[in-house]
Structure formats: C-alpha cells, structure tokens
Ligand binder design. Structure first.
Ligand SMILES: Cc1cc2nc3c(=O)[nH]c(=O)nc-3n(C[C@H](O)[C@H](O)[C@H](O)COP(=O)(O)OP(=O)(O)OC[C@H]3O[C@@H](n4cnc5c(N)ncnc54)[C@H](O)[C@@H]3O)c2cc1C
Length: 341
C-alpha cells in the first residue's frame, strides 16, 4: 500500500468512541476516557467530541453530556442496536474522513478493540492498545499537536512512550479503570445528528443469530461490590471450588488470575486483569495470587484489598491494604466454617 502523506494541520479535535453497552447504557470505560480526553483536548486547545452510534441514541446523550464534552456526533438506527463489524467500521471511517479528528480514543472492550483496529487500518495510522497515560510531545518542536501515549511493555516491567508523528488520527484503546470519570457539564454542547444511511447489500456475511454465552453470569464481575480472587497458590481445582462456596455464602463473586483458567479450574470470563475484567469492588480478597502486573492493573481501583500469600515477599502485598502471610487454603477453610454456622 502506498504511504499516505497528510497535512496534519487539517486534523483537530479529540474524539472518544462512546460505546453503548448491551443497548442499555453508556460503557463505563468510555465515560472514564472522556475525563482524561477532556484534559488532552484542553492541552491541545481542541474540542472534545463523543461519537455515539446506537438504537435510539438520543436517550444516552444526557449521561454523556455530564462528562465534559463540547460536541456529540451521533447516529440513531435499529441497525446500530448491536455492534456490527462491517457497518460500524464503514460508518466510523466515513466520519473520520469527513471531520478529521487529531486524536481518537476507544474503550478496550470487545467492540472497541475490534473497531479501533479496523478503523486504524483503514486510516493507515497507528493504534496503541491499553494506554496508561498521555502527554504532549516535546520533541516535535512546532508540532505541538502531537500526543504521546504511555503503554506497559515486557510484562509491565517497562513503560514505553509511543507517538504517531506522521499520521492521523492518533489512536489508542484504554482499559476500564485506567482513568477516573469526571463530572463536568459544559455550558454549550453542540449536538450533530448524522442521518444513518448504509447499503447493506455490500455485506457479504449474513448474521443468522447473536450467540449468547451460557457460562456468562447475569451479574458482571466489573460491577460486583465484593470479589473473591483465586490464583495458582490454591493448588487444586477442588480447593478453588471452595471460593464459589464462599461467594455463595457471602454474596460475593469469584474472579481470578490467568493461571486457574490454564489449569481449567475457572472459566475464562472470570479472569481479572489486563486481558480480563477490571474490577472496582469495595472489597477484594486475593487467595494465593502472586501479584503479576497483568493481574494487578485489574484490581487497583478496589477500595480495600486483602491478600493471603504464604510468601512474605509476594508482589501482591505491595498493592494490598491488609497482608496475611499464611496458607490460603487454611484461611479459606476457616472462613467457610465461620459463614456456614
Ligand atoms: C500477555 C499476557 C497477558 C496476561 N493477562 C493476564 C490477566 O489479564 N490476568 C492475570 O491474572 N494474569 C495475566 N497474565 C498472566 C500473569 O503474567 C501471571 O502469570 C498470572 O497472573 C499469575 O497467576 P497466579 O498469581 O495465580 O500464579 P503464580 O504466579 O503461580 O503465583 C501463585 C502465588 O501463590 C502463592 N502460594 C502458593 N501456595 C500458596 C498457599 N498454599 N497459600 C498462599 N499462597 C500460596 C505463591 O507464593 C505465589 O505468589 C498475562 C500474561 C501475559 C503474558
């Protein structure tokens, strides 16, 4: 493919793909991104724009307006009720071509990741996944409109700065819990409705049904107030199963590290961390978890963390409010006995 040379001056404004989750609510992660994107827009002296595509999109606009946006560009149509790879990619790419944003941020969700990758490819620009922060680039002299994204690399042992000097938009995905929501309502918010028009005859794939995952719980781990986490330190499936018993007795929810999934002790959707859920409970109790960065990024926003590990130097203790140096299975047995009576 030929290299596209852009006139960067044509590109302005910070966009956030404000995903509508399960066609009932605005994705929390998108609202969190708006808080940070507001700061980036202020630094660039550009506008913050939310992009909304949904069935009856108007109903979500009041929530989005509370998060510092200058403008909302939205489309509303029954075809947009569920995320559709082809339709969303075509429509969002058309918007980018028309309005030319300088920065475009996406929540790191199934739809957000898929859409960001496809749009970035179409725009022939870079995409940084799961960024931790942004700052204006100093190195580009007059080109102060450049933003640098920070991303953990090599298992979180180093943080790299990545910039996108020659192409636009500068695109990133952001994991839930990375930024905090900020309530801020601008006096003047511009609404721009784009009439939906799409020639579906060009879609070669016919969707015959939307699969539902039977193993998915009705309540989401990311919304749980009490989460009980298990790791490889529990040493067997039988021991791990006791976490589910404790959760039943205490009205909690079980999650865990990647290891119990690999060991087939726990289904995949219960993974907490960089490639799983981000949780924000009042209380998180970690049983036999080492504290690898890939897990810890998903628990950092818990109000209180209690960790049980037999190794006094376990990394998880660095992120914990209470550290229990003990055998996790013994503590688990004790709690079960306590709650059973
Ligand atoms: C690209 C990538 C993405 C990843 N994404 C994720 C992710 O999203 N989430 C995630 O969790 N991981 C993820 N991982 C894996 C991650 O790096 C770690 O390997 C994993 O979190 C370790 O799981 P663990 O703490 O359960 O197991 P281990 O590292 O084996 O640690 C077990 C801990 O239990 C303790 N222990 C042992 N016996 C006992 C006992 N009887 N009582 C108390 N403590 C005991 C040990 O001291 C140790 O600290 C990812 C890895 C990669 C490369």
């Amino acid at each position: 493919m030929n290299e596209i040379v852009l006139d960067l001056k044509d590109y302005k404004d910070v966009w956030v793909f404000t995903e509508i989750k399960d066609h009932v609510r605005v994705e929390e992660c998108a609202l969190e991104i708006l808080g940070k994107a507001r700061e980036v827009a202020n630094q660039l002296n550009e506008k913050l724009v939310a992009i909304v595509m949904a069935l009856e999109a108007e109903q979500y606009l009041p929530v989005i307006e509370e998060h510092g946006v200058d403008r909302i560009i939205y489309m509303s149509h029954p075809d947009l009720k569920h995320y559709h790879e082809r339709i969303f990619t075509d429509l969002v790419f058309d918007l980018v071509e028309k309005f030319k944003p300088s920065v475009f941020l996406f929540p790191s969700t199934e739809a957000g990741n898929a859409l960001a990758a496809r749009v970035a490819y179409r725009c022939q620009t870079g995409l940084v996944s799961d960024v931790l922060d942004f700052e204006l680039s100093e190195e580009f002299g007059l080109n102060l409109r450049n933003t640098e994204a920070f991303k953990p690399a090599y298992g979180g042992n180093i943080h790299v700065k990545i910039d996108c000097p020659n192409s636009r938009p500068q695109m990133c995905t952001v994991t839930r819990g990375t930024f905090k929501k900020k309530i801020l309502k601008k006096k003047k918010i511009d609404h721009q409705k784009i009439e939906y028009s799409y020639d579906k005859s060009k879609i070669k794939i016919k969707i015959v049904g939307t699969p539902t995952r039977k193993d998915k719980p009705s309540s989401r781990l990311s919304d749980a107030k009490f989460v009980i986490g298990g790791g490889h330190g529990l040493s067997s499936k039988e021991n791990f199963n006791k976490l589910f018993e404790l959760a039943r007795l205490t009205n909690g929810q079980v999650g865990g590290t990647r290891r119990p999934i690999l060991d087939d002790w726990m289904p995949e959707h219960l993974q907490i961390g960089i490639s799983g859920e981000t949780i924000t409970p009042s209380l998180y109790i970690a049983f036999g978890i080492s504290g690898a960065i890939q897990h810890v990024v998903g628990i950092n926003d818990s109000q209180t963390i209690i960790s049980i590990n037999k190794d006094p130097n376990a990394t998880i203790f660095d992120s914990s409010d209470y550290c229990v140096i003990a055998d996790a299975n013994e503590i688990l047995e004790g709690l079960l006995e306590h709650y059973k009576v």
